[in-house]
Design a protein around this ligand. Structure first.
Ligand SMILES: Nc1ncnc2c1ncn2[C@@H]1O[C@H](COP(=O)(O)OP(=O)(O)O)[C@@H](O)[C@H]1O
Ligand SMILES: Cc1ncc(COP(=O)(O)O)c(N)n1
Ligand SMILES: [Mg+2]
Length: 528
């Protein structure tokens, strides 16, 4: 009974069509991370950080507790290790029943616990394993001694999809000198990769003399230096745990590894930035606010946290000309589209006067946010900033996405129109969140627009490291064929005329929503 209650509560986090459906179409299984870690009484790190991170990212999180620590912003005052057989019991309870997608590990304080965890994972395999080899807290206290190293190397690392050591943990696992430079981090990442995990990220939060916070990611072939600005704050307790659980959460939602790591890095940076001035405790290592959007005078609490690729499912793009033609206001058009099932809205007002556009954008922002729907602005970064929209969509000849990212900061959503693999790759490098690919079919909305067709769409989707929304001449009669290509990374369709150049926007949106839903469940059945 308790189980049913917990699961149904968790489902309340999710909107229709935003989570994978189970084979029984009437039920929805939320993405699920199990964290196997220690409790932090100060709630900045460990189990508590994992729960908050997953909640902030819209993912259900279950917990297996390996140790209870007495901890605060000064340091760790005590550690009580949970007996091995009780760790096994917790693992069995969750893994045998709850369809876990991803396991994330944190503090594993004894050889026995590492060993029983490895055995449980063999018995109950999951989609991905994220190993944060927690050894020393940010305050310098030992959380797992060197005795666990051999078991880690032999048992857990070879099973891991990704390991996320900080500088000290990387050198402990390798039995090597302190890492001092990005070049040391690269060498360490390569050597750690040889121990068996599919991916490695060596975190550089504690890199001396570094202006940026640089992490080195290695996929077995290429290195990526993931940089963010270094936030000046004392509140960095729990950054490591939160990075790893955010990676796990993104993987549980269906992301591939690199995009998951990039989202996680940006999540930590943004949370630190929002929390840089909060004061909890008297010590030197303060916790940060994981659910940072709840701040901001409480105004934004209804807004969704971060970008969720499944928001691209039914992407409504407005057109001022069409609204004029049908004699309706932009706000009425947006309301009707949302009521019909639009999951994201973009205002594309090519000819509007700035003053009028801003007024309309502010009104649309309020409507969208009261429904938990993100609002993007086409092209106009100034308008997006002025009305505090969720982000922008830019074309190839608009403001480059890299500049848009600098102007908008790490948190806003950025989409880029791409027709080719090269453009998709550049969008990813520039820090975009999704790409729009098309015209899939010929369209009158855009003059002289090259049609890429379903084949062009497939090619770009397969190569893209970002989620994709298909655009161009899509309507209720062809949307099914687009979605049924079931091509990797394709998350939905963007439409203009099929909703807004019609007499009843509500009816048309509902119709399109139904078509997309049918296509999604057919695709799901085929892939199972
Ligand atoms: N002051 C900071 N500003 C921005 N990012 C940071 C800062 N400190 C740490 N990070 C980031 O937080 C994540 C955790 O890093 P780190 O502190 O090195 O790990 P751990 O908490 O395990 O010691 C990394 O992505 C790192 O780059
Ligand atoms: C129970 C527990 N687990 C992990 C950490 C690591 O903290 P950080 O992420 O700051 O390195 C911690 N301090 N306590
Ligand atoms: Mg840290």
């Amino acid at each position: 009974m308790a189980y049913t209650q917990v699961l149904s509560t968790s489902c309340m986090f999710y909107k229709e069509d935003r989570v994978p459906m189970t084979s029984d179409n009437s039920k929805m299984k939320p993405p699920h991370v199990l964290t196997v870690a220690g409790s932090d009484s100060g709630a900045g790190a460990g189990i508590q950080a994992d729960l908050k991170t997953c909640a902030a990212r819209g993912v259900y999180c279950s917990t297996v507790i390996t140790a209870v620590t007495a901890q605060n912003t000064v340091g760790v005052q005590g550690v009580n290790i949970v007996p091995e057989d009780f760790v096994v019991e917790q693992l069995k309870s969750v893994l045998s029943d709850m369809q876990v997608d991803v396991v994330k590990t944190g503090m594993l304080p004894s050889v026995g616990i590492v060993s029983v965890l490895s055995q449980s994972l063999h018995e109950f395999p999951v989609r991905a394993l994220v190993v944060d080899p927690v050894m020393v807290s940010t305050s310098g206290d030992v959380l797992a001694g060197p005795s666990i190293l051999a078991e880690f190397r032999e048992e857990l690392l070879p099973m891991a999809d990704i390991i996320t050591p900080n500088l000290k943990e990387a050198s402990a696992l390798l039995g090597c000198q302190q890492l001092k430079t990005v070049s040391d981090m690269r060498s360490a990442a390569k050597l750690l990769h040889e121990m068996g995990p599919r991916y490695v990220i060596v975190k550089g939060g504690d890199l001396p003399d570094s202006l940026d916070a640089v992490d080195v990611f290695f996929d077995g072939q290429d290195f990526y230096e993931l940089r963010s600005s270094r936030i000046k704050t004392r509140n960095t307790h729990g950054t490591g745990c939160s990075l790893a659980s955010c990676i796990a959460a993104e993987l549980a939602k269906g992301s591939s590894m690199l995009p998951a790591v990039k989202v996680a890095k940006r999540y930590v940076e943004t949370a630190l930035d929002y929390s840089k001035d909060i004061a909890i405790g008297n010590g030197t290592q303060g916790p940060f606010d994981h659910i940072f959007r709840l701040k901001s005078n409480g105004q934004k609490s209804h807004r969704q946290v971060g970008f969720n690729p499944s928001d691209l499912f039914l992407y409504a793009v407005t057109d001022s000309g069409m609204n004029e033609k049908w004699g309706r206001s932009i706000t009425d058009a947006v309301k009707a589209a949302i009521e019909g099932g639009a999951t994201i809205v973009q205002l594309r007002e090519k000819d509007a006067e700035t003053h009028k556009f801003l007024e309309a954008a502010k009104a649309c922002c309020e409507i969208c946010h009261s429904h938990g729907i993100p609002l993007l602005i086409n092209d106009r970064i100034d308008i997006a900033l002025a009305c505090d929209a969720d982000g922008v969509h830019v074309g190839q000849s608009d403001m480059p996405a890299s500049v848009a990212r600098t102007l908008l900061g790490p948190e806003k959503i950025i989409g880029v129109s791409c027709k080719t693999i090269e453009q998709a790759h550049q969008a990813w490098i520039d820090g975009a969140d999704y790409i729009g690919c098309g015209g899939v079919y010929p369209t009158n909305t855009k003059a002289n627009n090259l049609t890429v067709g379903l084949e062009g769409l497939k090619t770009v989707c397969k190569a893209s490291k970002l989620p994709v929304v298909a655009i161009g001449g899509i309507n209720a009669s062809n949307a099914g064929s687009v979605m049924e290509t079931a091509v990797q990374n394709l998350k939905g369709v963007a439409v203009v005329s099929a909703l807004f150049d019609r007499e009843c926007i509500l009816t048309e949106t509902r119709k399109l929503h139904a078509v997309l839903k049918t296509a999604a469940s057919m695709t799901l059945q085929r892939t199972h």
